[in-house]
Design a protein around this ligand. Structure first.
Ligand code: PDD
Length: 285
């Protein structure tokens, strides 16, 4: 039996009923988070739940739980479902009300659902790298919100899959923004490049870990917009996300990156990232 969380209740997935009038279903009117579980422990949960509350605030939605309460829910789901390596998914919608675009009345409560699922680390992709495909960034201008509205991302990911690639790289006005479900990084002459954390990208939690690791290990960083041409000429490319961790990019639009193998800086960052996972595993809680 898989236990899900639904507005304060832990129950079997099959018994949870969500209204057909839910605004998540009608409008994608809600926000979400994905938190990695290593060795049964949550990785960067504080950061994820802080962003969850921030995303909710940005769409003018009040969530009924604190960061600590959300952490408790996620921990319980991971424990009750025996998740050793996987992730917790959590979403909050503006609740159920007859379909109308404007917000429902105060009496309508947010609908919060969450589950924990087994999901092994994509180790071969992390080691060998993946191919990516560029596509127009057709999304809205609030990509900083981790919104349930993911149609632009879904279409881009499928376009990449149809071309035999693992990820789509969004390009807006000639500038590389991010991936369909990841952040993009390039390395040129030992310096790391990534799009600044503006409204045009989601400021990934993994992205933030990378920037902290760069500061700690004296790797130079430029958080500045760069063009697709510049991106394609970089020595190394990689993408990051909660589930992909640091995945090297070995080809882009069919063009080989560097010598076609994961780069030196990428591998160094993978190594120090691995240490953060190891530290989590060693924590006693
Ligand atoms: N996606 N940019 C976008 C558009 C994303 O959807 C994600 C994550 C990221 C990376 O964020 P983080 O490092 O916090 O996971 C960047 C999640 C994993 C998903 O939708 O499944």
């Amino acid at each position: 039996m898989t236990t899900y969380f639904n507005n304060g209740v832990y129950a079997d997935k099959e018994t949870i009923k969500v209204s057909i009038d839910d605004r998540g279903y009608y409008f994608g009117d809600g926000v979400y988070e994905v938190i990695k579980v290593y060795d049964g422990k949550l990785y960067t949960d504080q950061e994820h739940f802080t962003r969850f509350l921030q995303s909710a605030k940005k769409i003018r939605m009040d969530l009924p739980y604190t960061i600590d309460e959300f952490t408790g829910i996620a921990k319980k789901l991971a424990a009750d479902n025996g998740i050793v390596e996987g992730h917790v998914y959590i979403q909050a919608t503006r609740g159920a009300a007859p379909r109308m675009h404007n917000f429902p009345g105060e009496e309508v409560e947010p609908m919060i659902t969450a589950y924990a699922i087994h999901n092994p680390r994509p180790l071969s992709k992390i080691k060998e790298g993946v191919a990516v495909k560029t596509t127009d960034d057709i999304r809205w201008l609030r990509c900083d919100i981790k919104s349930l509205n993911l149609l632009g991302n879904v279409l881009a990911k499928q376009e990449a899959y149809d071309a035999g690639c693992a990820e789509a790289v969004f390009v807006r006005d000639g500038i590389v923004t991010e991936g369909s479900s990841s952040n993009m990084f390039g390395v040129k002459d030992g310096i790391l490049y990534t799009h600044p954390a503006t409204n045009l990208i989601l400021n990934g939690i993994t992205r933030r870990v990378i920037l902290q690791l760069c500061a700690k290990h004296s790797i130079g960083v430029m958080e500045e917009p760069f063009t697709l041409e510049q991106f394609k000429e970089m020595d190394e490319l990689f993408l990051t996300s909660t589930t992909s961790e640091i995945t090297p990019i070995v080809s882009i639009d069919g063009k080989i990156v560097g010598d076609g193998a994961p780069g030196r800086v990428t591998e160094r960052l993978q190594q120090v990232f691995e240490e953060t996972i190891h530290e989590l595993k060693m924590e006693i809680n």
